[in-house]
Design a binder for this molecule. Structure first.
Ligand code: UDP
Length: 351
């Protein structure tokens, strides 16, 4: 069985690490890993391949630094070539980036079976390019690997259960947390701190929003030091605006350093999808700096509050979470055996 897996952005390297490690234990599968080059800084790409022992991509393109339309076109053309040459049984894509959608379009152009990991997630915010990537990828897929019952409900609302297989496999990022958190001896910050990440276009590309968020972060930093591994896009925007940052800014870190940064934090503030769940898996509350989340179960459980860039909401959530013990044990996202479940289903649906 031959599978072409498409990655390109940081969260996909982490998901691929969990899946490819399991797949590589099997002798009857050949995985051809394709890196589109969407993320290219060494601390946004290479570090994950090295630290997490992800196989070196068989194809590594350099497609970045252009608008979405052009990026999708170039990526699809590149992946087309790979599919033509490799003639795989499956194409597998993760998440919601441009690389995801380009891989999906290329697979379908060639009539190759397409599997989408993290299917069925919706923000219902069509201003996010990620939402467009998710919806179209789900429409093109043959097998939809969802992380939760909510995701199945979302797909059904769009009539996407027809003609496709939907399999609830749990969250592949839980596999990664389970494996790497217990195989990791990194130490970090000795003082109590809050951990912050910020990179969504809705926050970084709107000056008013970014200024407001920065002012809120500075206020939190007066009560609890904020550690901020800063995404290159955010760094570039802040440089343009010349906004003073009082938090402790560090370069983006590898996953093996990120996990203890979460584990040792008091709480997490983020606009990242992945980090919302990692905070939960590692028993930390999360303040989500977005107007909605795809991971709504966490809000229902009371461990995540959606605050957007509303300073009052953020400060209120901060106050509450710093005074409340984290006691939630339920996990709506499976057992951390998602990779095995995906492989079993791929076998089943290969025939
Ligand atoms: N992450 C990391 N180093 C950092 C910041 C984030 O390893 O400096 C990890 C984080 O733990 C999570 C993933 O990157 O696993 C999330 O990626 P990102 O926030 O870029 O994307 P999203 O999840 O929002 O799609």
């Amino acid at each position: 069985m031959k599978i072409v897996t498409i990655v390109g952005a940081r969260p996909q390297f982490i998901k691929a690490a969990a899946f490819s490690r399991k797949l590589s234990e099997l002798t009857d599968w050949e995985e051809i890993l394709v890196h589109t080059g969407q993320h290219y800084d060494s601390n946004m790409s290479e570090v994950f391949f090295e630290e997490m022992k992800i196989p070196k991509p068989s194809y590594h393109f350099e497609i970045h630094g252009m608008d979405r339309g052009e990026m999708l076109e170039k990526m699809q053309a590149a992946i087309d070539g790979v599919i033509q040459k490799e003639q795989p049984d499956w194409v597998l894509v993760y998440g919601d980036t441009n690389s995801t959608l380009a891989g999906a379009r290329a697979a379908k152009k060639h009539g190759i079976k397409l599997a989408h990991v993290e299917a069925g997630l919706r923000s219902y915010n069509l201003e996010m390019p990620e939402e467009h990537n998710r919806v179209e990828t789900d429409q093109l897929s043959d097998v939809l690997f969802v992380p939760s019952q909510n995701a199945i409900d979302n797909l059904k609302k769009e009539g996407l259960e027809k003609g496709r297989e939907i399999v609830n496999v749990g969250d592949i990022m839980f596999d990664a947390v389970k494996f790497y958190a217990s195989n990791n001896a990194y130490e970090n910050e000795s003082q109590p701190y809050a951990l912050l990440t910020l990179h969504r276009a809705e926050n970084t590309d709107n000056q008013t929003v970014l200024r407001r968020l920065l002012s809120t972060v500075n206020k939190i930093n007066e009560q609890l030091p904020v550690v901020w591994p800063m995404h290159p896009r955010t760094k570039a925007k802040l440089r343009e605006l010349e906004i003073p940052v009082e938090a402790k800014v560090i370069d983006p870190v590898g996953y093996l350093q990120m996990l203890p940064l979460i584990q040792n934090s008091k709480l997490v503030l983020t606009d990242s999808g992945g980090l919302q769940k990692e905070a939960f898996y590692l028993n930390k509350f999360c303040i989500t700096l977005r107007k909605e989340t795809e991971w709504t179960e966490l809000v229902d459980l009371g461990v995540n509050r959606i605050c957007g860039s509303d300073e009052d909401k953020v400060l209120e959530a901060f106050q509450y979470f710093t005074e409340t013990p984290f006691t939630i044990k339920a996990n709506p996202y499976g057992e951390g055996d998602t990779a095995e479940k995906i492989i079993d289903s791929l076998r089943l649906y290969s025939v």
